[in-house]
Each structure stands twice: as structure tokens, then as C-alpha cells.
Design a protein around this ligand. Sequence first.
Ligand code: 5GP
Length: 368
Amino acid sequence: MRIYDDVQLDYCDVLLRPKRSTLASRSEVEIQRLYHFKWCPRTITATGIVSANMFTTGTFELARALQKQRLFSALHKHYSAEDLITFLRDNQKEFGSNELVFVSSGVSDADFEKLTQVMNTGLVQNICVDVANGYSPYLLNYIRKVRQMWPEVLLMAGNVVTGDMCEDLILNGADIVKVGIGPGSVCTTRKLTGVGRPQFSTVIECADAAHGTGGMICADGGCTVPGDVCKALCAGADFVMLGGMLAGHAESGGEMTEKSFQTGEVNLIDDKTCALKIEQKQYKKFYGMSSQYAQDQHYGGMKKYRASEGKVVEIPFRGPVEPTLLSILGGIRSCMTYIGAKNLKDMPKCATFYRVNRQLNTIFGNES
Ligand code: 5GP
């Protein structure tokens, strides 16, 4: 039996060490990066945050909001080809191009057929192919097929957690490898299967392997606060994919519900009467794409041979996503000044981490 003895770390196990820096202010740092790719001949200037291609965060509405900040989105797989084409047409008019939008695909023949229908319009040039287990031969075969069919496309593929598989995917046609198995906020893969790898260590190993092969990585899942996004970028991620952090907003998908709560306070009506104070709160559903709920909603029920690898949560409604995006970008800017990184790409070069036992003071709770 082989056991890897190296300590495997998560974002919560480390903190960045501040450094003396010549940067006087946050306005001196550049959070947009010029991306050059291994296979795709185009360049893109943007910040490498990507909305997850989940039903709840891969929405057209979030894509619009993210593009306004020059951030990427991966649309979910459950839009029809017609809906995607209509969106891409309108989006091109609004933003001048669809260069920040990925269309997503699974690896079945039906997926390829739909992808072909969308790609034939020439409206979009970015594809995200993902399966829960990126070690499957179906993924490698599929990305070879996609690269052959559209040699100049920007291709992201995953998900894996080891350097060897990153290299394989890149050498077979991927520009960006999506890394992460089990770190997601609504993922239960680790509980159900015992498989996975702490995300910070995953990012370090995979970034090293991918960069050595001329490719890039997208750190997918496990970010809970802007500081985690900073840690991912410092660990070598070229892109960071977010689900939970973008869920629960006006632009996110998922059913809205309203609940009533007794606050414990009373309202005095007059000297003799009082009424219990009731508060209404709005919630939005957020769920894993392999959850029973998602299977029921989008795949006509869970197949007998499958088990749920995701859960359903209800998130207090957070309003428009823009303040959340600005706080993530503000966090990145501030992190860059702390570590003396003038450009996004310099972050790993400037970063040193402390391994920690505890990173937050929770005396007043975990909320910001
Ligand atoms: P988050 O940012 O919410 O922590 O993670 C988002 C990522 O979780 C997604 O991009 C996807 O890779 C992963 N994910 C989404 N749904 C599921 C699921 O049902 N099961 C598993 N194992 N992972 C999921």
C-alpha cells in the first residue's frame, strides 16, 4: 500500500506573508492580465475569475454582470443550443465579443452535437469540457476530437488533481486544465467516495505541471472568501472558478423562497398589548450538479447505478452580484500590495506562505 506522506493543504491551512513593497497604493496594481495560450492563437486581457458552469451560477445574467468587470463565465450545460445562440448574439452586440464566455460540454455524442450546432455559428470560441472524473479516457478522447474539429478554440478541460493528468490533457489539446475534486461548497464526493485532494496543494502541483507544458490551470472549487481567491492565484492558478461565492444573488439561478422567523423581540402596541416581531427572509436555492435535486431537475431523475455526490442548500438572498465582485477584486488588489506584486501574473513569484493552525478570530462569528 502506497501512502503519500507529504502534508496536503487547503486554503484554510495557509496565510500569505506580507512583504516590504514599493507599491504605495492599491491603484498602482494591475488586476487584468494579458493571457497567451498554448493552442489557441488569440490573446485575452481580463481578470481570471470564472463563474462555475453550474445551473445556478452558469447563468446568462451572471455572465453579463461578470463581463462588466472583465471576468469570465462558463455557461451551464442545460441551456438549449437555441437559447445559447440567442444569448451569444445579443451578448456580442452588448460587449463587442464573446471572448469572456465559455460554452460548456460533457463528453457524450449528444453533447458534441449540441456543441457543434453552437460553434457553427462562429459566435463563440471558448469551450469548457468537464466531467466529474477527469481521469476517464472519454475526456481525453473528447478533447482530442474538439481540438481537431476547432484547432483555434480556447479549450478548458477537467477535472483532475494531479500534475501527470494536467500534462496529458494539455498535450492532447487543452489550453487550461480545471483542477479540483471534492473541494466544492455543495459537493459530497469526498464523503461518498473517499476520493479527493486538498485544493491548495492541488493548485501548487497542477500549476507547476501545467506551466511546464505550456498550459494553464483553473482552480475550481473551495473558495469561500476573497482571501481564498488570492491564495489560489498566489499558488499559481491562472484562473479561479467560483460557485458558492457567486450563488444566492439576483443574477444567480435557483428557486427563491421566503421564510418567516420570530426574532425574539416584541413590538409594544399599547400599554397592555404586544406582538411578537416576525421577520421575513428571502432565500435562493443552490445545489451541486450531481445532487439528487439536480438529477431530478435536469436529467429526469437519478440513475439507479449513481449516487448523489452533491447537496442542496438555501442561501440568504444577497441582492445584485456587483458588490460581491467588487469585494473580490478589491481583495486581490489589496493582496497584491501586501505582497508587492504589481501584476496579476507576478503573484506566485511574490508569494510566500505561512502554514497556520488558525487564521480567523471568530469571537464575533464568522461573518464579515
Ligand atoms: P464552490 O466554488 O462552490 O466551492 O465549487 C464550485 C465547483 O464545485 C464547481 O465548479 C464544480 O467543479 C463543483 N461541483 C458542483 N456541483 C458538484 C456536485 O454536485 N458534486 C461535486 N463533486 N462537485 C460539484
